[in-house]
Ligand binder design. Structure first.
Ligand SMILES: *Cc1c(COP(=O)(O)O)cnc(C)c1O
Length: 393
């Protein structure tokens, strides 16, 4: 039997056609496909500005710069995330620290954030940016986070890599609570461009800064010229700041635009499979994913991951055993994530195991089951049966 992956892309005829068209259009990069994808993405997420980038890691880097990260500044994020959520701060010369997770949602805990901010206020070491991560596609509790950002004067940068098209309190992620939001289009995520990402913001100045940083810090806009205004000729450009080449190609943007037309169908398929998992797994010694960011808040998850926890017991096999048994049954379950602060690189920077106990407890029990739009009911039934057997001690 073919191995069932934990995640995979869905590419159909319309995607193939979109890519084929752009290949013969005359523009492979810096053509019209980029702005077209950006505009469609902004409309879908009800946000004023969307800036495409070569990947979400690049997006996190320039978003951190645009929001003021630098030497002597501090950025906080969640330990249960991909390493890029923390590395982006270090790229800017800033320090990084973590806020423990809520064991129910696995997102950054608002209570832990509140306590840590009060301590930081007293010691005069408030963060410049806080990066909550919408783990598995379930939105963080953004309203209290926004209130804390306003009270303590930090910027809120969403790592929305898992949350393309998700919503919180009826509003699309990326539009309302954060100063900027970063989305990933890696093939395991909700929509794909191969490699790719998008940064959204409601702030025109932030958007302008992101555009500069994405392309060498260079501007061709007469209104932005510092030295020679008006510019001496159409060849003229000015480098205003130190930027990068983090551009998305037109080939990627055409694929992204095509995938965006399929986003609602992807969501519906993922939601149906998640509901089905909830139903089929009830009664097993598992903790299933939360449905809401907090009591009383409303959200629609993008269902990037379906992550369960193996609840220990006398008759329950350990997570590592369950994991291996699933692999033996051709099911490529996965574990998201190894807490970032326990990585050797972060340990060498002074972090220690035991510092973020909720994150570490979650990691010890976590298991991501296969979830992607083309997963069939038959494959899902196989996962459920194999998991039921694998859990027996
Ligand atoms: C995938 C991912 C990233 C990095 O995205 P790339 O597009 O691969 O650079 C960052 N943060 C989180 C939470 C992710 O899942």
């Amino acid at each position: 039997m073919k191995t069932i992956p934990y995640a995979t892309q869905s590419i159909d005829e319309t995607d193939l056609q979109a890519v084929q068209e752009v290949l013969t259009s005359g523009w492979l990069t810096q053509g019209p496909a980029g702005p077209r994808f950006e505009q469609a993405f902004a409309e879908r997420h009800a946000v004023a500005h969307a800036v495409s980038v070569s990947n979400a890691t690049a997006g996190l880097h320039i978003a951190c710069l645009a929001l003021g990260a630098g030497v002597g500044k501090t950025v906080w994020t969640s330990p249960i995330s991909f390493v890029a959520s923390a590395n982006c701060a270090l790229y800017c010369g800033a320090d990084v620290d973590f806020v423990d997770i809520d064991p129910v949602t696995r997102n950054m805990s608002v209570a832990a954030l509140t306590t840590k901010l009060e301590q930081a206020e007293r010691s005069g070491q408030l963060p410049t940016i806080v990066i909550p991560v919408h783990f598995a596609g379930l939105p963080c509790d953004l309203a209290p986070m926004r209130a804390l950002a306003d009270r303590h004067g930090f910027k809120l940068l969403e790592d929305a890599s898992h949350a393309v098209g998700a919503s919180y309190q009826g509003q699309p992620i990326g539009s309302r609570y954060a100063d900027a939001s970063v989305f990933s289009f890696h093939p395991v995520k909700i929509i794909t461009t191969g490699e790719g990402g998008m940064v959204t913001t409601q702030n025109a100045a932030t958007s302008r800064q992101l555009q500069l940083l994405r392309s060498h810090g260079i501007t061709r806009d007469a209104g932005d010229m510092l030295l020679n205004a008006p510019p001496p000729g159409p060849w003229y450009y000015e480098q205003a700041t130190l930027g990068f080449n983090y551009r998305m190609t037109d080939i990627q943007a055409a694929l992204g635009h095509s995938q965006l037309q399929r986003l609602d169908a992807f969501h519906t398929a993922r939601e149906r499979l998640a509901d089905r998992y909830d139903h089929l797994l009830a009664g097993l010694p598992l903790k299933l994913p939360a449905r809401a960011p907090s009591a009383g808040s409303l959200a629609r998850s993008a269902w990037h991951l379906y992550a369960v926890e193996v609840v220990p017991g006398d008759r329950v096999a350990a997570r590592n055993v369950v994991f291996q048994r699933l692999r033996d049954a051709n099911i490529a379950a996965n574990v998201h994530y190894i807490p970032i602060h326990t990585q050797p690189f972060y340990q060498a920077r002074g972090f220690q195991a035991g510092q973020f106990p909720a994150a570490e407890a979650y990691y010890a029990r976590a298991l991501s089951l296969p979830l992607f739009p083309t997963l069939t009911d038959e494959q899902q039934d196989h996962v459920v049966t194999a998991l039921g057997e694998a859990l027996r001690a």
